[in-house]
Every structure is written in structure tokens, then in C-alpha cells.
Design a binder for this molecule. Structure first.
Ligand code: GLU
Length: 298
């Protein structure tokens, strides 16, 4: 298929905090195949706002592994660590609308505040919803703490933000085998007052991914189904920031022998290990057994 001016734009967005495992290879290859079939472009974004955990050697390894696999992407590579100003602009906009508040709590403070409250809501990642202690601080107290130099994160006031955004709003989820294309109504409140700028980092995954997808002109977000719930919050942020909504496809996850999703923390087998075992790229692609996805017709 030839490329047209309004051809779809896909992206693969790994974090450079470890080697690519087979789940990443699956996602990268699926994005590449879909982009090629649609005459579109594939961009690569290195998600490295966490300077503590992300390292240049992992980024080099990611590029090497993708090239071994035969996944080709358009240049330049976008590195999130070079774009904090973009995330700051988006946060300014939300702050100026009164949708963010500083939170001085530690993880321990939050756990202590909700302990013993049975049935306390948890977000899709399993963390307890923020109990709102810092939202209730008086203006004087907030100013006093800020002036004292106390560290703080910034949280979105989710009830207020959903009210301001109006709604309901949805995203287009592309079809895959057994699941027709459909509109999914976003439910951002499942996240509670999520952190949009961390104490130690002037951004968060959620704000950076939404800003970058828009700035890179991404029209198709194809990523693992472990991020399905996050898309609700991403849609809310897109509405609040006046950004376009890409189409989404949340693909199945590769599981290990005990049925857990592959993850760096569980030391999932890396693509490098496959290479070292003598598997060639064609063999690797065959083993990934990609799912067919139907791109939406405009
Ligand atoms: N950086 C995320 C990861 O490596 C993916 C983010 C996304 O695709 O939105 O899991």
C-alpha cells in the first residue's frame, strides 16, 4: 500500500528501564505489521521520564533488538526526557483551571489513612484511591507547606475534572478476533485523584503519554490490554487539554508458564535470550503468533 498524506500513525513506546521481553516484541511487531498494511508510519518513543530507572544502555539495546527483529520505524526517536517543557505546559493548563492540587503525602501516609476502612476503593493497578487529605488543606496551610519547601506531587481532582469535561466521552476500540469494533465509554473515576506530576519527577506516565501521542500526531494506539483501564484517564486528559483522540487497540498479553503477564520485574525472558539461543528473526516472528486486528475505516 502506498503512503498518503493522512496515513495512520502508529507508535511503539517502551520504557528504557530494562531489556525488551517477548511481550514488547509482540507489541512492536504488531504495530509494525499494522502500520505497513495500512500504508502508515510507525514511530518509536522512549519513555524515560524516570531518570533513576531508565538508562542509555537499555535504550541502545532496545534499538538493537528492534532492528534484529526487523521492526523499522520512522525517525527521529522521541525521548520523553527531552520534552519536560511540553508536559509542564499541559500541567499549567490543568492547574490554571483549578483541576490540580499539591499532595504532600507519602505512600505510607496514604496507607495509614485508609487502613481499617474496609471496601476502600482501589485503582486498576491495585493502589488505594487517594483519601483526599491534601485536597482539604486550608489555603493558608497549603501555602505554609509550599513555602517550607516540602516535597509534593500534583493530583487531579477527578470529580471536578470529570464535571468540567462534561461527558460521557468514549474512545474507539478497534476490532480483533471475537471482538467487534466498538466505542468504549471512559470511566476515569476508577483512578481516583491520580498523580499527574510525581514528587521526584515533574510529570507522570499519564500526562506524558497523552501529550506525546498528540504532539507526534499518533492516530492509532496499539498497546497491551494491561493499559485498557488507563485509556479512561487518557481520554479525560485529551478532552481537558483539547487534544485529538486516537483510535485504540489493546492487544492480548503474552503470559508465562504460570499464567502471569510477562514483566521486567518478574524477569520475563528477554528478546536477547532468544537471540542467544540461536533463534533467528523469522523464527521469532513465527513464535509470536500475532493476532489480526481490523483497522477502522474512516
Ligand atoms: N511505556 C509503557 C510500557 O513500556 C507503554 C506505554 C503505552 O504504550 O502507552 O509499558
Amino acid at each position: 500500500m502506498t503512503r498518503s498524506f493522512d496515513a495512520p500513525v502508529f507508535r511503539f513506546a517502551p520504557s528504557s528501564n530494562g531489556y525488551l521481553h517477548l511481550g514488547h516484541a509482540y507489541s512492536a511487531q504488531l504495530n509494525f505489521d499494522l502500520a505497513r498494511a495500512a500504508g502508515g508510519r510507525l514511530l518509536l518513543r522512549i519513555e524515560n521520564i524516570d531518570a533513576e530507572r531508565c538508562r542509555p544502555e537499555y535504550e541502545r539495546a532496545i534499538l538493537e533488538d528492534l532492528s534484529w527483529l526487523g521492526v523499522v520505524f520512522d525517525r527521529p526517536v522521541r525521548r520523553q526526557s527531552e520534552h519536560f517543557a511540553d508536559y509542564a505546559n499541559a500541567l499549567d493548563l490543568l492547574r490554571s483551571r483549578g483541576l490540580l492540587y499539591p499532595c504532600f503525602c507519602s505512600r505510607g501516609d496514604i496507607i495509614a489513612a485508609v487502613s481499617g476502612r474496609s471496601g476502600w476503593p482501589r485503582d486498576p493497578d491495585g493502589s488505594p484511591h487517594y483519601p483526599g487529605s491534601c485536597k482539604r488543606l486550608s489555603e493558608d496551610e497549603r501555602r505554609r507547606r509550599l513555602a517550607s519547601g516540602a516535597g509534593f506531587a500534583e493530583r487531579i481532582d477527578i470529580d471536578l475534572a470529570v464535571g468540567v469535561a462534561g461527558g460521557p466521552f468514549a474512545w474507539r476500540e478497534l476490532a480483533s478476533p471475537g471482538a467487534p469494533e466498538r466505542d468504549v465509554i471512559a470511566d476515569p473515576k476508577v483512578w481516583g485523584d491520580a498523580v499527574l506530576a510525581r514528587k521526584d519527577i515533574a510529570a507522570s506516565y499519564h500526562i506524558a503519554v497523552v501529550v506525546d501521542d498528540a504532539l507526534q500526531g499518533v492516530t492509532q494506539v496499539v498497546r497491551g490490554e494491561d493499559l485498557f483501564a488507563a485509556t479512561s484517564l487518557h481520554r479525560l486528559l485529551q478532552v481537558l487539554l483539547g487534544l485529538p483522540a486516537p483510535d485504540y487497540h489493546h492487544h492480548r498479553l503474552l503470559l508465562d508458564a504460570s499464567g502471569r503477564k510477562l514483566s521486567k520485574s518478574l524477569r520475563a525472558k528477554s528478546l536477547r535470550a532468544w537471540r542467544e539461543e540461536g533463534i533467528d528473526p523469522a523464527g521469532a516472528r513465527a513464535r509470536l503468533a500475532l493476532e489480526p486486528v481490523c483497522l477502522s475505516t474512516p
